[in-house]
Design a protein around this ligand. Structure first.
Ligand code: GDP
Ligand code: IMO
Ligand code: MG
Length: 422
């Protein structure tokens, strides 16, 4: 059985926690898009780790971890992450890096910064160079992992980018980064990465044919998808189910199950529309209870109620089979919990349950809320569904009835063990 774990909101849904819980059932864990903009938090033997590029299967010595061709790779950051995790006593073995991953170059990072600073309406990117690197891929001028192993070949491809982008960086008063200043360090990390690098399209297809169980690890979330998300406040890749095939080279038949991850409420980091967003004391309280600070950038996350209009849309476009529902425990202290069940047009008063990801549409809508009684008990140690307080069960059943698919896993804490499976 092969499954994808992907986010149904704006990222940070708890994909790391879900993958950590599910990984023992799989032989291979593969990232298929995004880059080190991701921050997946995992508690392993009581210790907290945040993974950015390494797949969350890295903690299991029996699991093969693959960085698929759809991932943009900053090779310096990848080597740093490998060294950091090894220095904490986790040996990085069974790692496969696709030779087809587009590289993030120092100029990409610099471009991300100057573009963001020159925009009047900011996107709030992670400033990791993700967007500019994917732009070079679609512009058919990217430099790839395979190019790291031959200095002349790398130079030939990177030089035109270096000339062109530094001109633009100069025009914006940014910090120029010449190829000569970093080529040797890229060659050095290339030597380290060579032993992990291969044609993962073939290795993954071989695992598939051998009947190995493959878990696809999504980064970001559906509403950050470049094609289906709240454009332009999105990332530059496809976290949605379509990204699985293009980002790995596996056929659609290699995917049997779509597991969608949703928080019991909603968060967003960065700019852009967020219909169920809260402000004031309730927001501060929810942020504090949920410890909602970005795992990659440390930014405070925007918070709001669970939006079922959003979930119905993201479940639909991904064909989600079941939900891994996270952070239920964060709502323990609320007297009342709201959920969004429809949107109402601010001028005409018309209501709808249709989600349209455009800024114009979302800014013209206000959420219609339904209030559900809170359970006011600590549920963090509960192991079985039937032991949950009645109000907590009611919340789960209300959501299930609305979305029409099961909340198969209920997460009530950061630890792998704090998961109720039904
Ligand atoms: P990801 O990017 O989707 O992997 O999510 P992040 O790791 O960025 O953010 C999720 C945060 O919520 C992490 O700090 C997790 O440790 C934490 N978390 C995950 N599940 C739960 C849960 O059920 N309860 C609580 N309290 N925290 C959780
Ligand atoms: P994980 O995998 C939450 C957001 C950024 C910004 C937008 C574009 O941990 O869920 P980018 O740097 O990708 O060009 O930024 O996307 N963003 C994320 N938000 N979780 C993430 O990853 C994110 N990765 C990018 O905040 O709004
Ligand atoms: Mg995250």
């Amino acid at each position: 059985m092969n499954a994808v774990v992907l986010g149904l909101q704006w990222g940070d849904e708890g994909k790391g926690k879900a993958i950590d819980y599910l990984a023992p059932h799989f032989d291979v864990v593969v990232r298929y898009q995004g880059g080190h903009n991701a921050g997946h938090t995992i508690f392993h033997e009581g210790k907290r780790y945040v993974l950015h590029l390494l797949p969350s299967g890295i903690f299991s010595p029996h699991t093969v971890s693959v960085i698929g061709n759809g991932v943009v790779v900053n090779p310096v950051q990848l080597v740093k992450e490998i060294e950091e995790i090894e220095s904490q006593g986790i040996p990085v073995q069974n790692l496969e890096l696709s030779i087809f991953c587009p590289l993030i170059l120092p100029v990409h990072e610099q471009l991300d910064i100057i573009f963001e600073e020159s925009r009047t309406i900011k996107i709030g990117t992670t400033r990791r160079g993700i967007g500019p690197a994917y732009e070079d891929l679609t512009g058919r001028r990217a430099v790839f992992v395979a190019d790291l192993f031959d200095k002349d070949r790398f130079y030939k491809k990177a030089k035109p980018l270096d000339d062109y982008y530094n001109q633009r960086i100069r025009a914006h008063g940014g910090e120029e980064i010449s190829l000569d200043s970093y080529i040797d360090s890229y060659m050095e990390v290339g030597k380290i990465l060579k032993k992990f690098s291969r044609n993962t399209v073939y290795s993954l297809n071989n695992y598939f044919r051998q009947g190995k169980h493959i878990l696809f690890e999504g980064a970001q979330g559906t509403l950050l998808d470049i094609n289906l998300g709240t454009y332009p406040f999105v990332t530059s890749s496809n976290p949605t189910v379509g990204g699985v095939c293009t980002g790995t080279g596996l056929p659609h038949k290699a995917l049997n199950k779509v597991i969608g991850i949703s928080k019991a409420y909603t968060t967003r980091v960065g700019e852009g529309p967020f219909p169920s967003e809260l402000s004031g004391e309730t927001a501060d309280f929810l942020r504090k209870q949920g410890n909602e600070y970005g795992a990659t950038t440390g930014r405070p996350r925007r918070v709001g109620w669970l939006d079922l209009v959003v979930l119905n849309y993201t479940i639909m476009v991904n064909g989600v089979d079941e939900i891994f529902f996270t952070k239920m425990d964060v709502l323990d202290l609320f007297d009342e919990i709201n959920v969004v069940t429809a949107y109402k047009h601010q001028i005409t008063g018309e209501t709808t349950t249709e989600f349209n990801p455009t800024v114009e549409y979302l800014n013209s809508m206000q959420p219609v809320l339904q209030t559900i009684k809170g359970w006011k008990k600590n549920i963090g140690q509960i192991q079985l569904f039937h032991n949950l307080p009645t109000e907590a069960k009611n919340y789960i059943r209300f959501v299930e009835d609305f979305i029409g698919i099961p909340l198969h896993y209920i997460s009530v804490g950061t630890d792998q063990k704090q998961t109720i499976e039904r």
